[in-house]
Design a protein around this ligand. Structure first.
Ligand code: IMP
Length: 204
């Protein structure tokens, strides 16, 4: 944002995510902003997620923006596997039951798919929302098609990245650099689509 004196002033944006992997990714894509995390603000109480992606993303962003007075970005995302009828979808963070970590969840997914023929088509899907303290908001979505691998590969990313291979690549998402993932990921695409909507909202 221009400061009228030839310089620029970063505007504040809160990344309203309790998932450290997602928060890191959103923060590194928001290069034009002074990014705050939930650790920088008073505790925000989020309601249980129970809606569709768009409702969940918008609710998280609105709750954070109203509680803190800072414009906030949140996303809701998930992995949709064709052989499982689109599951786990919005329930991806809870797949396989309580008490599992990322590895436990992708192992449960591989177990569920052990008899499914390859390639096991899937996509990551993301809805990103930006909300302002006055209750206004904008949303956009993005997807990343691909397939579920037979076994995990790579150390990068988070969540199901070790078992997901994006279309057009011969590596798991967890084997890609951050820049490669941001350029093709569902979250990178949703945030790229959100940026002009935020800009339009700011300039009126
Ligand atoms: P939620 O949006 O907080 O409901 O969580 C989405 C869940 O989907 C995450 O906890 C991950 O399990 C999964 N997920 C979403 N995006 C990604 C990604 O970029 N890589 C791997 N897993 C993801």
């Amino acid at each position: 944002m221009a400061d009228g004196q030839g310089g620029s002033v970063a505007r504040k944006m809160l990344v309203a995510s309790q998932n450290p992997g997602k928060a890191r990714e959103i923060a590194r894509i928001l290069v034009d902003w002074e990014v705050l995390s939930l650790a920088d603000v008073d505790p925000v109480e989020f309601p249980e997620e129970g809606g569709d992606y768009a409702e969940n993303a918008r609710t998280k962003a609105l709750v954070a923006a109203k509680a803190t007075g800072v414009p906030s970005i949140a996303d809701d995302s998930g992995l949709e596997v064709a052989a499982l009828g689109g599951a786990p979808g919005p329930y991806s963070a809870r797949y396989g039951g309580p008490g599992l970590d990322d590895r436990g969840r992708y192992e449960a997914l591989l177990d569920a798919l052990c008899d499914a023929p390859t390639p096991r088509g899937a996509r990551f899907y993301c809805v990103a929302a930006c909300a302002w303290p006055d209750g206004s908001s904008v949303i956009a979505d993005g997807e990343c098609p691909g397939e579920i691998l037979i076994g995990p590969r790579g150390e990068g990313g988070f969540g199901y990245d070790p078992v997901f291979q994006p279309e057009g690549f011969d590596r798991a998402m967890a084997e890609m650099s951050r820049e490669e993932k941001d350029a093709i990921s569902h979250r990178g695409r949703a945030l790229a689509a959100l940026a002009p909507l935020i800009h339009s909202h700011l300039v009126g």
